[in-house]
Write a protein that binds this ligand. Structure first.
Ligand code: FAD
Length: 267
């Protein structure tokens, strides 16, 4: 094993959000209407890992759960500085909610053990729940810090992060193994060079199916049928128009009119 920190970056392939269309009949994104890219926040997580590797040395594995096309996202991650890539892909994983997704990812992380630090994006631009990072940490029983805006210090034993929650900054020191989720303010992701892109094209991606996790995982927690949440309906919010009513008269008349308008609204 290389000296330095062993890091795992979780990356999700998402549709290009400016182009993707919504299928109102089926109540879901029509993913075939647009290309796919790495979730932008995951690029910040990867860049944070690459900067840590530049400082402490070590190794970065990118891990994704998704359809076979998600290989492209992993190749992009390799071009941007990751060393290894693992794709979890199987019909048994399909349609997973955040709990089943986090469980499956945490089983793969166990298979990659030992590790020091897991880095995730703060959220995705399609699911947008921000649940997967903290849930993975809970499944693994390790500490985590969410919404990291800055890595203040890192060495082989611990990381010090700054997170912003509402109006406060939290500077938190964590020993390894631990997990952080990273915001877009953490850094500016670097662009891959042409040479790195060509090298990544030829790189091997490790593919794991449900069977490959069978020594660690409970299949009964994979995929849509074992996801405790169900999306009943997805729809665009109704646009409501503002109504303005001009009230004239003496103060007493105005008060009476306001009272009757309010009474109408309550009824
Ligand atoms: P967030 O929690 O917002 O992501 C935070 C971070 O976690 C990311 O930045 C990334 O670092 C990591 N991460 C998240 N997802 C992954 C991943 N897959 N691999 C690696 N790292 C990851 N989605 C579908 O595409 N198809 C479906 O059929 C489908 N069915 C669903 C059915 C139900 C009932 C529900 C509730 C959801 C379904 N989803 C489906 C959405 C699915 O739950 C999410 O794609 C997934 O759980 C991740 O949640 P999120 O996008 O909100 O991630």
């Amino acid at each position: 094993m290389k000296p330095g920190l062993k890091m795992i970056v979780l990356v999700k392939q998402v549709p290009e959000i400016e182009k993707v269309r919504f299928d109102y009949e089926k109540g879901r994104l029509d993913r075939s209407s647009a290309g796919a890219v790495i979730n932008p926040f995951d690029l910040n997580a990867l860049e944070a890992a690459v900067q840590i590797k530049e400082k402490t040395g070590g190794e970065i594995t990118v891990l994704s759960m998704g359809p076979p096309q998600a290989k492209e996202a992993l190749k992009d991650a390799l071009a941007r500085g990751a060393d290894n890539a693992v794709l979890l892909t199987d019909v048994k994983f399909a349609g997973a909610d955040t709990l089943a997704t986090s469980y499956t990812l945490s089983c793969a992380v166990r298979k990659l053990e030992p590790f020091d630090l897991i880095l995730c994006g703060e959220k995705t631009i399609d699911g947008d729940t921000a649940q997967v990072g903290p849930e993975v940490a809970e499944f693994l029983g390790i500490p985590h810090v969410a919404y990291v805006e800055k890595i203040l210090d890192v060495n082989e034993n611990r990381v010090v992060t700054r997170s912003r929650m509402e109006r406060c900054y939290y500077d938190i020191e964590m020993r390894f193994p631990s997990l952080i989720t990273v915001t877009k303010d953490a850094n500016t992701p670097r662009l891959p060079t042409l040479r790195d892109k060509i090298k990544a094209r030829k790189a091997e991606i490790t593919i794991w199916s449900a069977d490959d996790l069978s020594d660690i995982a409970h299949e009964a927690i994979f995929g849509a049928s074992n996801s405790p949440t169900r999306v009943a309906k997805v729809y665009a919010p109704l646009s409501s128009k503002r109504k303005a009513v001009f009230i004239k008269g003496t103060t007493e008349e105005k008060a009476r009119q306001i009272a009757s308008l309010l009474a109408e609204l309550v009824l």
